[in-house]
Structure formats: C-alpha cells, structure tokens
Ligand binder design. Structure first.
Ligand code: FMN
Length: 178
C-alpha cells in the first residue's frame, strides 16, 4: 500500500532522449540504457537480470500485456502507450515500440524503444486504461484516508494471509457490506 504521495508524482521523459531496453525471450532485462535507469529511478545494475514487470504500474490493464506477448509471439511489432512505475512509487508515461532482435534470421531477444508523449494523450490513455481495468477486473481506482493504525493492521494481515493489501481491504469491506 502506498502511504506516501510519491504515487502522484510524474517524471517527465525528456524530448531528446530514448529509453532503451532489451530482454531475453522470457522478458528478463538483459540491457538497459542510462536514460531508462534515470527515468525509472533504478540503477542499470538493479534493472539488468530483473523481469521487465519491475516497472509495471498497477493502473495498466492485464489485456495490454497479453496483447504485447501475443504480438511478439507472432513476430510482429507492438506499438502502444504505457504508464510505468518508478522505484520510488512515482510514474512516467511513454510511447513504446517492442519488437524482436534477430541474429542469422533467428529470434534471440526482444527490444523496446520508448519516447515521450503529449499531456493530452496521457489523459486519454489514463481514461482508456481505467475503463479497461473496470471492464476486465471490476476494479476502480480509489484514493482514501485510512487511519495509520488500520493500515498497519491491514499490512500485517496481508503478510499473514499472503494476500495483497488491496485484496485484504476488498474482502473485509465485501464481508461487511453484503
Ligand atoms: C522488450 C520488452 C519491454 C517491455 N517493457 C515493458 C514496460 O516498459 N513496462 C511494463 O510494464 N511491461 C513491459 N514489458 C512487459 C513485461 O514483460 C510484462 O509482461 C508486464 O509488465 C506485465 O507483467 P506480468 O506479465 O507479470 O503481468 C516489456 C516486455 C518486453 C519483452
């Protein structure tokens, strides 16, 4: 559970720079450029060897990534807008192109190049992804104040029950409300 306001802090992607990464065929990062490290808040060393979902933002609908992997498995290029999660809980929006890396006609890795997007497009895509998240998972984003004691109890319960904190709150409220 994010108990700080970092989640509302956006990092702007500079217009003259590209965020570049490569992964193996399982999606484990094999290369990250300095720009990717700067924008995501991780060091290059922290990124390499980690699954690319290290920057997955909870606002992103599941279907977008199944589409990414289906496109890549068909050896086509996926192009789209992605909201990514920074190490500090903040976020950044990118336009991404993800495609195969070939050696002797053999698919050996995947690569992704990302560039900045306009503010208007960020709003459009946030609305689009909010609607998909609701449609696919029945989830709506809510920002509420909970007492700090309640948060500690929820965090403890989540660890004890090996559940997500959101899941714990949802099930308690569901049991009480219905
Ligand atoms: C080259 C490449 C780049 C990717 N870039 C991102 C990215 O910037 N952000 C992201 O959330 N997922 C990215 N993905 C997809 C992730 O591998 C992963 O499927 C996604 O984060 C969803 O996580 P999950 O599959 O664990 O649900 C990328 C995949 C590849 C192959």
């Amino acid at each position: 559970m994010k108990t700080t306001y970092q989640m509302f802090v956006e990092t702007a992607v500079p217009h003259n720079q590209l965020i570049i990464s490569r992964t193996n065929l399982q999606g484990i990062i094999t290369y990250a450029n300095e720009t990717f490290a700067d924008i995501s808040g991780y060091s290059v060393a922290e990124l390499v060897g980690q699954p690319h979902n290290i920057v997955r933002h909870p606002d992103m609908p599941k279907s977008i990534f199944s589409e990414v992997w289906k496109t890549l498995q068909n050896e086509e290029i996926w192009r789209g807008y992605v909201k990514n999660l920074r190490k500090d809980g903040g976020y950044y929006w990118v336009y991404a192109e993800i495609s195969g890396v070939y050696k002797d006609n053999q698919l050996i890795e995947y690569k992704s190049m990302r560039s900045p997007i306009e503010d208007e497009m960020k709003i459009t895509m946030q609305n689009t992804y909010d609607a998909l998240k609701k449609e696919e998972e029945g989830l709506c984003r809510a920002v509420i104040y909970l007492s700090c004691d309640t948060i500690l109890k929820v965090q403890k319960l989540a660890i004890d029950e090996k559940k997500g904190e959101d899941e714990v709150i949802n099930s308690i409220l569901n049991d009480t409300l219905f």
